[in-house]
Design a protein around this ligand. Structure first.
Ligand code: C2E
Ligand code: MG
Ligand code: MG
Ligand code: MG
Length: 292
């Protein structure tokens, strides 16, 4: 385009480009500072077995308590970190803090399995397993199988065999591995075929409209049957209604996370949520009698 519009436009384009780059640079610097200033926090969203009504785990989701802008979600800042070395620093921060939280909960009598989201760049670092092992060593009382890694297929994995080997080593340590946002990228089937996964997560976008949109319902059904073919458990993201819960159970998907149970909560709020949840009869927890 620069060539067609001529020299003047090219320089305007260049200035604009430079301005964006410098903005990106300062935003990254600010995020790095946020890590050091302890402005980042992990929130935890419960994962439920819809048959038993029991908690099966929690997903750790990063939040930024920005001093001026308030509480920010990952969609407001992670895009500038992706594909940048900062995603490694952030990813390690997440792993370390999740392990520390598992340790803390375990001391308080809660055995909770925690899933963390790992960026494509991070898991492709040559020393990923070594670093993971060293974080696990920091918490000798935390069993490795209390930690699970989630990878989205939208991140670009250049060396699929290499990543498969890395995941294999993580599994050997005892750490779990899940395919996140399944069905949204271009390479779902390749990832499923190549990576030694233990769990498939149905993306929220399919669950959201599955009761109204026949194509979304077909996707959900297809993913569940694919998971069954691979002998893998499957969890539905973004369950918001009892009708969705019923449909998923009917289709053979037993695990779910979503606002119907709880949004992601601070560690303290998660503990309060858990004690109420545990003390509520199963029928009320799952709301089978309620209409929605
Ligand atoms: P994800 O891993 O697919 O996480 C699920 C997202 O769906 C979370 O959004 C969660 O709050 C939201 N969600 C769950 N249930 C419901 C529901 O019933 N309704 C609706 N409307 N939303 C629901 P969140 O926390 O904004 O995270 C967005 C994405 O950011 C995550 O998607 C994940 O890909 C990424 N992310 C979050 N934390 C981290 C992290 O620590 N590291 C990395 N690399 N990525 C992260
Ligand atoms: Mg996830
Ligand atoms: Mg997901
Ligand atoms: Mg998703």
């Amino acid at each position: 385009q620069a060539k067609i519009t001529g020299k003047n436009c090219y320089s305007i384009y260049d200035t604009e480009n430079a301005r964006q780059l410098s903005e990106l640079h300062s935003y990254r610097k600010r995020i790095e500072l946020a890590v050091d200033r302890h402005e980042l926090h992990l929130h935890y969203q419960p994962q439920i077995n819809m048959t038993t009504g029991l908690l099966v785990g929690a997903e750790a989701l990063v939040r930024w308590q920005h001093p001026e802008r308030g509480l920010l979600g990952p969609n407001q800042f992670l895009h500038v970190v992706e594909d940048h070395s900062l995603s490694i620093k952030l990813g390690e921060w997440v792993i370390e803090n999740a392990l520390s939280q598992i340790h803390h909960w375990s001391k308080a009598g809660h055995q909770i399995k925690v899933s963390v989201n790992i960026s494509a760049l991070h898991i492709q670092q040559g020393n990923f397993v070594e670093r993971l092992q060293s974080f696990l060593n920091q918490f000798p009382d935390v069993a490795a199988n209390k930690l699970q890694l989630e990878i989205t297929e939208t991140g670009s994995l250049e060396d699929l065999n290499g990543v498969a080997a890395t995941i294999g080593e993580c599994l050997t340590l005892g750490v779990g591995f899940a395919l996140d946002d399944f069905g949204t990228g271009y390479s779902s089937l390749t990832y499923l075929q190549s990576l030694p996964s233990q769990l498939i997560k149905i993306d929220r976008s399919f669950v959201r409209d599955m009761l109204d949109d026949p194509n979304d319902l077909r996707m959900v059904k297809g993913i569940i049957s694919l998971a069954r073919t691979f002998d893998l458990p499957v969890i539905a993201e973004g369950v918001e209604s009892y009708a969705q819960q019923e449909k998923l159970l009917e289709l053979g998907c037993e695990l779910a996370q979503g606002f119907i149970y709880s949004k992601a909560l601070s560690a303290n709020d998660f503990e309060s949520w858990l004690s109420t949840w545990n003390h509520t009869p199963r029928v009320q927890r799952l709301g089978k009698k309620k209409d929605n």
